[in-house]
Design a protein around this ligand. Structure first.
Ligand code: SAH
Length: 381
C-alpha cells in the first residue's frame, strides 16, 4: 500500500471514529510517515555508498537533521575501508610564513590583523625541517603559508627541488597564484596543491574575501587540475550566513571538479578579525559534510583536520572513523608554530615535530589502523 492510499484510509477511519480513536490513529499515522521517510533516507545513504551519487535535496535532508548521523558515519567508514583500506597517510605540514596580502574575514593571519606576530622561515630552515621530518618517517611535506610575495616562484622552485631530492612527495598550499607560477612549481616537482574554495555561495564568498573573486579561485583550481597536480579543495563549515543548501552545492562542486583531496573543518571565530564575535561551526556538521563527501568521492584522500580537534579532544580520531584517511601533523619547529594562528586554540602548538609524529602513530594504532608506507597518492592504495 502506498503512502497516499494509507493516508486516505486513515481519513476514512477519522470520519467514523470517536475523538480518542481519531487522536490515537493520527499519532500512528504520524509515526508511520516518519518511519517510512527514515527508511527511504537510509536506503538513499546505502545507495550512495554503492553508486556514489546523492541528489542535492537528499544532501540537504541529511545535513538538516541528526537522525541519520550514526548510519551516515558508519557507512562512510565502510566506504573508506573498501576504497582506501586501513592505512592512514601521515603528511608533515610546515607553516613557513604567516605574512599574507589577503584579508579573508575569518582568518587570524589576514593582512589587517595588527596583532598577528609575523614571521617567515628562510628557505634553509624550511629544508632543514623537511629533512628532520623525513628522518622521523614522514613521506610527504605540505608547505603552507599566507600569500607572501617574498617567496617568488623561483624561490619556491628551489625549495621544492631540494625537498623532492629527499624522496618525499610535496604538497603546496600557498593560495592563489598565476597559471605561470603553478607551472613553475609543477616543473620543480610539486605533486599536490591544496586550495580550499571555502564556500561556493558566490555572494558569501564575495562578502568574506575583500578584493578577491570566486571566479579566480575556480580558475586556480582548474589550472591545477590541468597541470596534473593532485588537487585538493574544501570548505569552512558553519560560516556566518552559510546555508545548508549552499553546503550541498559545495559537496556537489567537489564531485564536479573531481577533487583528489578534500580538506574541511569547522569555522572557528578568530580574535582580531571581523568575524570574532560570530558563532562558529560545529564538529558534527563538519564530520557530516566529510562523511557525505566520502560517499560521493570514494577513493579520494580526506584528512582529519586540526580544526576538528580544536573543537573536541578526539576530533581527529572521530574523523578517521567516519571517512578520513589522512592526518597532517605539524612539523614546523621552534616558536613559529604558535604564531601561525589561523584561529584560536590550535592544537599541538607546544609539542615538538617528533612528539607529534609519535602521538599521531599512537592515535592511528589505537583504532586498529596502520601507518601507510606509501606516499599516498589518490590512486595508490
Ligand atoms: N593561503 C593559503 C592557506 C590558507 S590557511 C590559501 O589561501 O589556501 C588554510 C586554511 O585555513 C584556509 O583555507 C581556511 O579554510 C582555514 N582557516 C582560516 N581561518 C580559519 C578559521 N578562523 N577557522 C577555521 N579554519 C580557518
Amino acid at each position: 500500500m502506498n503512502l497516499s492510499r494509507a493516508f486516505l484510509n486513515f481519513l476514512e477511519i477519522l470520519d467514523t471514529g470517536t475523538f480518542a480513536e481519531n487522536f490515537k490513529n493520527l499519532i500512528i499515522l504520524q509515526k508511520s510517515i516518519i518511519l517510512a521517510y527514515n527508511l527511504i533516507m537510509i536506503e538513499k545513504i546505502e545507495n550512495a555508498a554503492k553508486f556514489h551519487h546523492l541528489d542535492r535535496l537528499d544532501i540537504i535532508r541529511i545535513l538538516a537533521t541528526d537522525e541519520f548521523d550514526e548510519f551516515l558515519f558508519k557507512t562512510a567508514d565502510s566506504v573508506r575501508k573498501k576504497y582506501k583500506g586501513d592505512s592512514v597517510h601521515i603528511r608533515g605540514i610546515i607553516e613557513f610564513s604567516n605574512i599574507c596580502k589577503q584579508n579573508c574575514k575569518y582568518c587570524g593571519i589576514r593582512k589587517d590583523n595588527p596583532n598577528a606576530e609575523r614571521y617567515r622561515l628562510s628557505p634553509d630552515e624550511i629544508i632543514l625541517f623537511a629533512q628532520h621530518a623525513k628522518e622521523k618517517g614522514f613521506r610527504t611535506i605540505v608547505l603552507q603559508s599566507g600569500e607572501d610575495g617574498f617567496f617568488s616562484a623561483e624561490k619556491m622552485a628551489g625549495i621544492i627541488k631540494k625537498i623532492k631530492s629527499l624522496d618525499m612527495a610535496v604538497t603546496l598550499s600557498l593560495g592563489e597564484k598565476t597559471t605561470g607560477e603553478y607551472e613553475v612549481y609543477k616543473k620543480a616537482g610539486a605533486d599536490r596543491y591544496l586550495l580550499r574554495i571555502e564556500t561556493t555561495d558566490k555572494t558569501l564568498y564575495g562578502n568574506l574575501h575583500p578584493n578577491m573573486s570566486f571566479e579566480n579561485r575556480v580558475r586556480c583550481l582548474k589550472d591545477l587540475k590541468k597541470l596534473g597536480y593532485e588537487t585538493g579543495t574544501g570548505i569552512l563549515v558553519g560560516l556566518p550566513g552559510q546555508s545548508i543548501e549552499s553546503i550541498a552545492d559545495d559537496i556537489l562542486f567537489f564531485k564536479n571538479i573531481d577533487a583528489d583531496m578534500i580538506g574541511l573543518g569547522p569555522f572557528i571565530p578568530a580574535p582580531d578579525t571581523p568575524l570574532s564575535k560570530e558563532k562558529g561551526g560545529t564538529l558534527t556538521q563538519a564530520l557530516k559534510v566529510m562523511a557525505i563527501t566520502r560517499l560521493l568521492l570514494p577513493d579520494i584522500n580526506i584528512p582529519a583536520t586540526t580544526a576538528m580537534e580544536t573543537l573536541h579532544p578526539q576530533g581527529r580520531l572521530m574523523a578517521l572513523q567516519c571517512g578520513a584517511n589522512v592526518i597532517m601533523p605539524n612539523v614546523t619547529e621552534g616558536d613559529y608554530r604558535k604564531k601561525y594562528l589561523l584561529y584560536p586554540g590550535k592544537i599541538a602548538v607546544n609539542t615538538s615535530a617528533a612528539q607529534n609524529y609519535d602521538a599521531t602513530v599512537k592515535m592511528i594504532e589505537s583504532i586498529g589502523r596502520k601507518v601507510s608506507i606509501t606516499k599516498g597518492f589518490r590512486r595508490d592504495t
